[in-house]
Design a protein around this ligand. Structure first.
Ligand SMILES: O=c1ccn([C@@H]2O[C@H](COP(=O)(O)O)[C@@H](O)[C@H]2O)c(=O)[nH]1
Length: 271
């Protein structure tokens, strides 16, 4: 199914704009999982099974798996999500960016090896570097636009001519030129609500992946006010650490569910 249809369906059926980020850090795992060769898979599976009915998508961040030589556990986790929680889109957060021939391999990795429904991509090498992902017309391509980190302003805020800032140019380019298959989205951090509003103004109803609530301190009310689209959806609001590490004992998944539920409800209170 086309990523955008799957996302629309998940927004409706789950009544949720919450994306749970899967950033497994073994140093923070509960004691009963420490030292197990499949700890990363088991930890994430516990989170996924406890929260799947509360989310519109999951977002595994590939660095947490690759750093532990655990790409096989990432493959198993995405298979698990597809098998046990169908109709729950998976965004592989990889922020890839390279020349076309290499990007082709990254696209195969994301969509064929890992079976992700969407991938995050860095747009700053230009259209030919993004084309290999766009060619998978039913997969989501979510481009970095205004990232949540403070240093994002170093480049993304630069004026690039015509009174436009770089993040605005990216938003306009993606909305007007790169989105021919209707499979693009943008990353805009919750830590910069004014820029979320500006991006929404430029791109209309395009889905925005919004990290930065929870551990990074972004405000849910301001995010919703700035980013909701005409249908009251349009957002995948990500929280990773605040949910993953809500508990530290054997009941960590139940603790994660409690915080996911609170977060989903706090988001819905502003729709
Ligand atoms: O601008 C961006 C783009 C991506 N991220 C990613 O989102 C999560 C945020 O984790 P929290 O624990 O909720 O802070 C993480 O995987 C980042 O790599 C982002 O934070 N900002």
């Amino acid at each position: 199914m086309h990523f955008m249809y799957a996302l629309q369906a998940a927004w409706q059926s789950r009544n949720s704009l919450l994306c749970v980020g899967l950033d497994p850090d073994p140093a923070r795992f509960p004691a009963h999982l420490q030292g197990r060769p499949d700890a990363i898979f088991e930890f994430c599976k516990g989170i996924v099974d406890a929260t799947a009915d509360l989310v519109c998508c999951f977002k595994p961040q590939i660095a947490y798996f690759a750093a532990q030589r655990a790409e096989d556990q990432l493959e198993a986790l995405i298979d698990h999500i597809h098998d046990r929680h169908p109709h729950t889109p998976v965004i592989l957060d990889a922020k890839r960016g390279d020349i076309g021939s290499t990007a082709t391999q990254y696209a195969v990795e994301a969509f064929e090896r890992f079976r992700a429904d969407a991938i995050t991509v860095n747009p700053y090498m230009g259209r030919d570097s993004v084309e290999p992902y766009l060619e998978y017309a039913d997969k989501g391509v979510i481009l970095l636009c205004r990232t949540s980190n403070p240093g994002g302003s170093d480049l993304q805020f630069l004026e690039v001519g015509g009174g436009e800032r770089l993040f605005e140019r990216v938003a306009r380019l993606v909305a007007n030129d790169w989105n021919a298959s209707g499979n693009c989205g943008l990353v805009v951090g919750a830590t910069f609500p004014a820029e979320i509003a500006r991006v929404r103004q430029i791109v209309g109803d395009m889905p925005l992946l919004v990290p930065g609530i929870g551990a990074q301190g972004g405000d849910i009310a301001e995010t919703m006010q700035a980013g909701g689209n005409s249908a009251g959806t349009g957002l995948m609001i990500n929280s990773s650490r605040a949910i993953l590490y809500a508990g530290s004992g054997e009941d960590y998944a139940a603790a994660a569910r409690r915080v996911a539920l609170e977060t989903r409800d706090a988001i819905n209170a502003h729709r």
